[in-house]
Design a protein around this ligand. Sequence first.
Ligand SMILES: *Cc1c(COP(=O)(O)O)cnc(C)c1O
Length: 474
Amino acid sequence: MSYQKLLQKTCEAASDFLDNIDHRPVGRPVDFTALMKNMGGPLPARGEDPIHVMEHLRDTAAPGLVATPGPRYFGFVIGGSVPATLAAEWLASAWDQNAFCYVTSPAAAVTEEIVRTWLLDLFGLPEMSLGITTGATMANFTALAAARHALLKKAGWNVEEQGLFEAPPITVVTSDESHVSVFAALQMLGLGRKRVTRVPADDQGRMRADALGDALARVRTPFLVCAQAGNVNTGAFDPISEIARQVHECGGWLHIDGAFGLWAAASPEHRSKVAGIELADSIAVDAHKWLNVPYDSGLVFVRDQEAHHAAMTLNAPYYAPAPDVARENHNWVPEASRRARGFAIYAALRTLGKDGVAELVNRCCRLARRMADRLAEAPGLRIVNDVVLNQVLVQFSPPSGENGDAFTAEVIRRVQEDGTCWAGGTTWHGIHAMRISVSNWSTWENDIDVSASAIVHCHEAAAEQWPAGSAVGR
Ligand SMILES: *Cc1c(COP(=O)(O)O)cnc(C)c1O
């Protein structure tokens, strides 16, 4: 069989989707059962023609696709894919490289090493090891595994060999606002989600350095601190320099979850927000968010390379590391076999360049500000956070002044149903709010204006019929 025809048709299907993404509803609700019925059915006994399979998937999946690569998806913190990264990702699939080790793909190993040096330069970081994980969750996991190794080693315990039972205790300090994935990492590492000291955060979600000082004064064991660059609701940054000073004065390990916020370091305009980042012992970042690389693409940087390596060690009798090879990819991540994630990151950095990454970050922040300004002009809308990065939180006031949370939820429902853009909800300091994240490479001023108008319109329509189910307007 020749690949040509199948891949050409697939290319048409993919370009059709992407070229028209601007003109489709972004993410309307869709019925699970109906989607199941169309896409599924019993497993066929006989295999089907590949072109038919691809076209069937293309057609039946369509209603269940969300326009996350498009310019008006503002949910969660989701970037799209810079075109060159999609191309590189296709090549990675066609090449079917196993990025496990040097002999399985010398090109994949070298690409990860190139990307490592480029990223250290871009972020202004000292020499650190890099692992390319599935996302920031596994990047947090890997970083905290390295921290666990280093802290217990100092206490005379080899955690990889001896496990945690009867190990000397270590203290884990998080912020009240640490991302759920930090707790997921702790639960997988045997460090416990609840067995942590939580430091209070301020009104924007920043860890309070004074409260950290109080907490550290009470710590009697080796410890690690998880701080954050980029709060998932407000976009706010913990005071990293001050936190780093305190942590290192007391001999602790500082981990920074900078899943999307670390990209501020790549912009001269926003870099001061992450001042002190170069002092971190480990950092988790996502490439699949703000760098706009396809999934799965997370990055973990660790300063103590020996600890990073030791925490991820894997040895097999059939595999001896090649001599004189500077990089074995599996030394830095939890997985063995995996796709060659470095190629897409390489393509992103090469097509954007330093200036392009900075422009992308600056533009998203500028557009978030623009969105906040447009929305704040409308009566009944309130911007809840200080818009310091790419995140905007909006609260909608009902005409009657009651049931504010239910009303905000109703406006969000209408915005999603409308399909001009997509934004989700969150709870921030006890109130329900719409959360808008601007992180796509293809978003421009016009997308913001059109979306802001749609949101204002949905708010007006909801107000007219509030409380929902009232006879007015029915
Ligand atoms: C998205 C996010 C994560 C989790 O990252 P995944 O790539 O989804 O695993 C962790 N921390 C923060 C601050 C995030 O925004």
